[in-house]
Write a protein of this length. Sequence first.
Length: 318
Amino acid sequence: MEASRQEFRPALLLGALFVLPLVAPVLFAWLDAFFAAVICCALTLLGWRPGLRQLRYGLGGAALAALFLQQLELFLFSLSACPLGMVLAKGAEQQESAARSGTKGMATLVISWLFFWLLFAMLTQTNPYQEMLEALDKGLSETLALYAKEGNGLSAETLQQVTLVVEVLRSRLSQLLPAMWLGMATMTVWMNLVLANWLLGRLRSGAYPWGLYRTWRLPDQLVWLPIAASLLLLFRGAPLQSLALWALVVTSLLYSFQGLAVSLYFFERWRFPPFVRVLVVFFLIIQGYGLMLLAILGLGDVWLDWRNRPSRSADTHK
């Protein structure tokens, strides 16, 4: 009996993690963002066949709970993390670079989300994309109406500027919404990659599958993508501008992640106290200009090589 309990303990844990957002979405909906890292760790630590078996048992129990709680749509969205977790686990097993695993994970997550929204539209007989556009447009209109109320303390010139900004945003919602979703997908893959790498490194006595985060690098050739996207924004063609905007959002986030790796490298090199590192990183992330500074730092690393890449140093001395 005790052996049976031990055998199914991972399945119970996985099932409980998937059920928590169904029971209390307000408190535990944030867990959806990290399910892929949990699945990656389960498959890596337990092995593929035992891990998949435990995952099936856990998801089966969570599916029954979703039907009972009438939260099937939320459970289906949680399932979209499974392919990403499997891709990351395969990348850890094959000792891929963080950039390669992240690229595969990004493509997998985008396809998973598209499949989920298609299934959601079929089940609910609605158009989720159109509903999101209408909700965002309504929110912007209400924001403008709030600012336009008398007695808000805004000057006529400031109110005119706010109105102009809101109207520009409303006219470009069809471009901005896909950019927002791509940005969310990029953030989700990065968070799961970082969390899975940290957890596996801790659980396996320092054996980080993708190495220490401060050593992570993007391919040097990627630097031409934001440059090309910035140039394409100068054209008036709507398809070109949309593609350029989406590429710029994704690459800006990617280079801010690389900038964070550069920051951690210097924190370690200069032996900053841990609490100082946490404070600096926290303020850089929550401030809008902080992400911009990180992106500039990440881009600068491509040419200035602040972390003294061994291969580049060897080429220099030839």
